[in-house]
Design a protein around this ligand. Structure first.
Ligand code: ATP
Ligand code: MG
Length: 422
């Protein structure tokens, strides 16, 4: 039998991992500047956490979770998203005791049983942030700004923010009634999952992907007409901050987000892409009810989740130049057994000094070793023959200029340090 990766998953091969490292580094650096700290939670949690935290009328919980019973007969689920686990940890470790706000980020694989296609996989990766403890609309704007800065630091062009408010549960309840009233005459024409949600969570019909349902939803009442003063004021403040930060956004009152615990701000990051690929690279919002839902105290929160796989696809589509660090400082070429033996020590010295170095392990002739140095894009080749070794010297050749000079073996670290910053 020939083995293949499971459907909807993929290997990230070494060349590609360089891109991932770079993307992860940008995320880390920006989080450091905004004072977000990394948290790592398990890849699986008790199923109930996601049913509670994500919401039982969401696509995720209804049909996308990898749920299994372990040998102790506990129902566990591979995490389909990052927020629920972070909130669970926040509550479990009583991080709500302060200092507040608590600003956290995560990076890692998520699992959803979906129909695989470009930008949609069964194992994918998210970079997400969560901040707990503040109701200041400035922090909603900061969360959006962090996401934007991350996407821009990668070189992604034409990213826009779509923003909406989902108000509060009380206002939503009133809005729900109006939506049900509106959608009921169209019931038979709606997609099946939209029909199922009509009475349970009609707002979810607004983000349906079914074309006819979308058409019908376009005429539905807008939540913006149902806001009270507080919700409208909060929304205005967030937009004011976005203006101040010069973040390009459009209000999209059909935007509801898939998760039920959101309050007030909801937003998505949309990339400018021509292809068939889904252009939403991430989304998030405020979730003032979630911490309590998971057994903690009343505690506001706001965050986002960005799909890294989609972002990398988008970078490729936009042909963004990705700076990968794969240079080799020095390739050590040896002639004869004594030199080969000595090179083992030489490499250790150079590596300890911070240089990226390599040598031959396939008994290649000098010509083959030089070729390997070329192939690996070495900046310098250090050529060591028996005679030089006896005299305590080594030949250094710069591959870019072709210049070659003999130096003392003891001086090699200083020599390379002068030529290259380790
Ligand atoms: P969609 O409407 O595309 O299904 P979603 O609303 O389910 O997205 P979220 O739960 O908000 O997505 O997740 C945030 C981001 O994670 C998405 O914008 C996307 O970039 C990424 N993402 C979600 N599901 C997948 C997947 N199956 N494969 C790859 N990326 C994904
Ligand atoms: Mg989805």
């Amino acid at each position: 039998m020939s083995y293949r990766v499971p459907r909807g998953t993929f290997d990230i091969l070494p060349e590609e991992v360089k891109i991932w490292h770079w993307v992860e580094k940008q995320a880390q650096e920006i989080c450091r500047r905004y004072q977000y700290q990394e948290i790592r939670t398990p890849m699986f949690e008790h199923t109930e956490l996601f049913v509670r935290g994500v919401g039982d009328t969401t696509d995720i919980v209804e049909k996308e979770m990898y749920t299994f019973n372990d040998r102790g007969n506990r129902s566990l689920t591979l995490r389909p998203e990052g927020t629920a686990g972070v909130v669970r940890a926040f509550v479990e470790h009583k991080m709500y005791a302060g200092p507040l706000p608590t600003k956290l980020y995560y990076f890692g694989p998520m699992f959803r049983y979906e129909r695989p296609q470009a930008g949609r996989y069964r194992q994918f990766h998210q970079f997400g942030i969560e901040t707990f403890g503040s109701q200041d609309p400035a922090i909603d704007a900061e969360v959006i700004a962090l996401g934007m800065q991350f996407l821009e630091s990668l070189g992604l062009k034409g990213v826009k923010v779509e923003i909406n408010t989902v108000a509060t549960p009380e206002i939503r309840a009133r809005y729900f009634d109006k939506l049900i009233e509106y959608f009921t005459p169209f019931k038979e024409e709606l997609a099946k999952d939209a029909q199922n949600r009509l009475y349970r969570n009609p707002m979810r019909i607004l983000d349906s992907k079914d074309p006819r349902t979308k058409e019908i939803a376009a005429g539905a009442p807008s939540i913006l007409d149902f806001l009270d003063e507080e919700c409208a004021g909060y929304f205005e403040k967030v937009k004011e901050y976005l203006d101040l930060l010069e973040i390009p956004y459009v209000v999209n009152d059909r935007l509801v987000r898939g998760l039920d615990y959101y309050t007030h701000t909801a937003f998505e990051f949309v990339a400018d892409l021509s292809g068939a690929q889904a252009s939403t690279v991430g989304g998030g919002g405020r979730y003032n009810g979630l911490v309590q839902e998971i057994g903690g105290p009343e505690m506001p929160g706001v965050g986002f989740g960005l799909g890294i796989d989609r972002i990398i696809l988008a970078l490729k589509e936009q042909k963004v130049d990705i700076p990968v660090q794969d240079q080799l400082d020095c390739y050590v070429v040896t002639i004869g057994d004594k030199a080969k033996l000595y090179s083992v020590k030489l490499l250790k010295t150079l590596r300890e000094a911070g240089f990226v170095c390599e040598r031959d392990y396939l008994d290649r002739k000098v010509k083959g070793q030089m070729k390997a140095a070329d192939r690996e894009k070495a900046r310098f080749v250090a050529i060591l023959g028996e005679e030089e070794l006896e005299q305590g010297n080594i030949n250094m050749k710069c591959l870019e200029t072709g210049e070659q000079e003999q130096i003392s073996l003891d001086a090699i670290v200083d020599y390379l340090s002068n030529k290259i910053q380790p």
